[in-house]
Ligand binder design. Sequence first.
Ligand SMILES: Cc1ncc(COP(=O)(O)O)c(C=O)c1O
Length: 387
Amino acid sequence: MEGSRPSWSKRSLAAQAMGAVDPVTKAIVPPIHVATTYIRDEDNTYSSGYTYGRPDNATVRQAEAVVAMLEDAGAGALMFSSGMAAATAVFQALDPGDHVVAPKVMYWALRKWLVTEGARWGLEVDLVETDDLAALGAAVRPDRTKLVWVETPSNPLWTITDIAAAAEIAHAAGARLAVDSTAASPMHTRPLALGADVVMHAATKILNGHSDVIAGVLAGARADAFWERIVAVRRSQGAILGPFEAYLTLRGLRTLPLRAAAQAKSAMALAERLAAHPHVARVLYPGLPQHPGHDVAARQMEGGFGYMLSIQVTGGEAAAIATAARVALWKRATSLGGVESLIEHRASVEGPDTPCPPDLLRLSTGIEDADDLYRDLDAALRAAHRS
Ligand SMILES: Cc1ncc(COP(=O)(O)O)c(C=O)c1O
């Protein structure tokens, strides 16, 4: 980076997207590289390092450089066409017959993939409460378990798993630890520094932050044989992110530190006010001292507890659905991490075998005025309980 100093903060580096400048025009916003193929040199080599668009792309590399910087990733980062593509690449880098431990409470579509497609791929999958370290330790089989997957905070109960302890358990058994850190973002947790081997984000969420890109990313602690397998899976399966999406993600990453701080601050304020609301039976947010994972979260998260919380509404499922129906400012939609706040009756999405309680509303806090967000939800809760 031009004029860079090693002491510059992550916020400064992200704001300038690592200072990438177009070498031809000196434009401070580099062009979007759309080419699918590149000129081969007369000596039959590719001196630029680029050969074809499926293995690699310069715009994608720029977005990857910012994520790698944010995560302090020794191996760098790899962007994928979705969060699911990123997550499944990790599992597909394993061999059929390998044993995998994953959480009971996790992003539901990945849990479903693991027990259906993952099982067909030959993986032996055990789902446990990964926040219970004794249960995690009992599930891991020395020399048989090859990967422990955790998600923290985990969707939609925002359960906290102790990453450093999970890394110790995994490594003692000869397994790797991968962490879905989507709800924490690199601004609140750095799993690689806590001992994880791979960190994954659905970049669709707060990394891009504007609800207009589907993307995923992996960051690796070291460029070992397992990481090279993941690189090969992305290349051979064609799971790389498109250049336009990479450009938008790069633009989102420039403001990530500001958005993450603002969204976490609002989420905390909402959690505290909702905990005292007469129509809210329970608030699930790791920033609250009464949350079962609060002590671990306070140790392993920094600068806030993230943008996601859930509430359990008094009056059960019907009252929860009626509340979601009555909001005006919150948007009734799935997904998370955008600048606009979203509300969702989660059990309706996850189906009958979900660990999600039926009275739960999942809240993704955006950048609107926190007082407006509270007033809107308060009015909806009160209207739903009058009807
Ligand atoms: C925690 C978490 N992980 C992974 C994913 C999958 O990401 P994508 O929808 O980009 O495939 C999601 C999507 O909601 C998620 O919330």
